[in-house]
Structures are given as C-alpha cells and as structure tokens.
Design a protein around this ligand. Sequence first.
Ligand code: ASP
Ligand code: MG
Length: 414
Amino acid sequence: MTKRNQLVVQKFGGSSLATEELLRNVAKIVCERRAKGTDLVVCVSAMGNTTDELLQLANRLSGERSPSPRETDALMSTGELVTAPLMGIAIRGLGHEAISLSGRQAGIRTDETYGSARIANIDPQRVLDELARGKIVVVAGFQGLTQAGDTATLGRGASDLTAVAIAAAINADVCEIYTDVDGIFTADPRLVPEARVIPHIGYEEMLEMASLGAKMNPRSIEMAAVHNVPMLITSTFNPNASGTRIGNFEDTDIDMEISKSITGAPTERSIGRVTMQGVEDRPGIAASIMTPLAEAGINVDVIVQNVSSDGLADISFTVKEENLVRAAEITSQNTDVDFASIATRDGLAKVSVVGTGMKNSPGYAARMFRALADAGVNIEMITTSEILITCIVEEAQLQAAANAVHAEFDLGTV
Ligand code: ASP
Ligand code: MG
C-alpha cells in the first residue's frame, strides 16, 4: 500500500510577494517543500499594495459617482490574477510542474455581496485533478464566482479565507499562512519587549486575538474552526521561525504543557467614547440607541450602562476614533431616545487578556485590575466574556498597561 503524500495549502500575503525578488523567494520556499514530497496548493495575494493602488485609481477615475461594486470587484480581483500565473511561471522556472487557477477555476462560488462576498461552496474537483497530475496548484486568493457569473471579492485581507476554504474542501493536513512576522505574539512587540510567539493557540482564543489586532482575517479563523482545519502562522522571511499552530489542542498531550491560563494580551489603539447622560431607563432604549449606528455601518464595541436611582441612566459606548464624531452626531440626532446631554472622549485604548484557562476559575479579573492599578493605570471601562477581559484605558498609558498585564500573567516565558 502506498502512503499518501502530506497535503498542504500554503498562503503567501502581499508583503511576501511585493517584488520580483520576493516572488522568486516564495517560489523557492514552495519548491523546497515540494522536493520533500508534499502535495501543495499555493494561495497567493496581490503583490505588495496592488489592491490599494487599484482602488485609488478607480476612485480617481470615477468622478462624481463612486465606482460600482461590480466593477470594483472585477478590478480588485486582478491583483491576485497577476500573482498566480507569475508564481506558476516562477515555480516552473525552478523545475517543478505548476498550474495557476483563478478563484473561478478553483471552483469557488460566492454570493453577490460585492466587496465582502461569502463563499457559498467550493467544487474542488479541478484542484484535486491537477494535484493528481503531480502539479503544484497555485490559486488566486480573495475571489470567487457569483451565481450570475461575475467575479466577487471576499473582503480585504481575505486571501487567508481562500486558503482555509480550499484546505477544508480538499481535506488538507494543514493550512500554512506565511507572513512578514514570526507568528502570533503574546502582545504587540512594539509595546511589550518581552512579547514572544505563541506556540499553540485554540481557535476560540485566536478569534479574540484576530479581532484584537494580530493581523489575521477573522473569517478565516471562523472557517478553520468550523471545518477543523489545523493552521500554522509563520514567517516567509525567517526560516528559523517555528510559528504559531492554531487548532484543537484540548484533547492532545501538549495540552498539559501549553495550558497557561492566559494566552495573550492584545491591545488596540485609537478608541473613542460616547457617553449619554440622563437617559430614560425603559425597555428598548439600548436598541434605539444602537440601531441608527448599525445602519450607518459604525461598529460599537464596549457598552456600559450605569443604573441610577432616579429612573435615569448613563450609557457609554466605544467606537473607533475615526467614527467618533459621526457616532456622536447620529446619537445626538436620535429622536427615539430622551436624554439630558452627550459627551465624547478620544485618546482611549484597549488592553485585554485572552485565555480559555480562565473559563472556570475566578480571580483573573482581580489580578488584571490590581496589576493595572499598581502600574498607575486608571481603568475607564471594563467588559468581560468567558475567555476575555477587556479594559479601556487612556491611550497615553497603553504601553504601561500592556507591560503590566503581560508581566502579571507571566506571558513572556513559555
Ligand atoms: N489583496 C487583497 C487585499 O489586499 C487580499 C489579501 O491580501 O488577502 O485585501
Ligand atoms: Mg494583504
């Protein structure tokens, strides 16, 4: 009986493919892996900042009218349509057989939501056929075909999603994401010198890390979790990086070794807060406040309501700083809600701790708050979930806050 080769999807991002030299470097990484007897699907992003440049060009040409979503997607998809055949050509140049496929040719079907299309299904037959012919299959990331036969893109940064979706569809052993850092860090290394690469992380924790700063497309993590695709996040540029493995480690032996209760301390800058004072306290109020913000596409993050004795409440919520003025405007024009006054504050930031280990044990919040207090950091707002504690602090104190929390939970050592 012949043993089947390992089957791996490798994804390379734009910064790994920004120049001719870098394309060649990636082709080399791919071929070295192939030479070890691995069957490979290689998913590529557009070169460097190509997608941004195409968008800027479209905006300049569109005059008074904004470019139609259909045309914008047809345009944006071309970045990856250039990289894929170039990669195929470079791989062949190094002596291995390769074929490049567009999203459509790779069987990726999407809904019609241009700019952030959802993958409806994947027919992986062509990819599997080419693999069976011994080819390295290079797939253009970030795009698929709508039912109407048009190209739709999957959202910014969504080549990750293409890679995971294909890995799920062909039942690959692992989906490897190559990027310009060594993996997922315990904290932002620019803020916390002791930050180190997390060797293993669960999907649930990674989702919190992904939405809190570590640069991964969150939808790709969701997809990997649903289809149980093991992932590796590692460096294109550092061959010695061991990277971060994402998967289900709960039932494995390494669990004992890796189970630190806290996995990471992600941070986020540039947060603004809207506070409504003297809000009438009746059912439906929160919904009435949030609905117009949601309709304007403004994401509301931390929400805190203070109960008051006189039937009035104060409600505060945070948004990205860039949305603060608009969020305050929309809220003050809200005729469905009675309130006394509105106040805004910018220059805030978010520091969190993430870890499934705190699910059933109390005391983590107290430790975090104590560490912040000892570092002289004032906590403006607090929110928690089962695996997450988040504090809003002054942005000027973010570095002190991140280091204090990182040290408190001993995240700098394995
Ligand atoms: N090229 C696309 C973007 O810049 C997709 C990706 O890089 O993953 O958003
Ligand atoms: Mg990118």
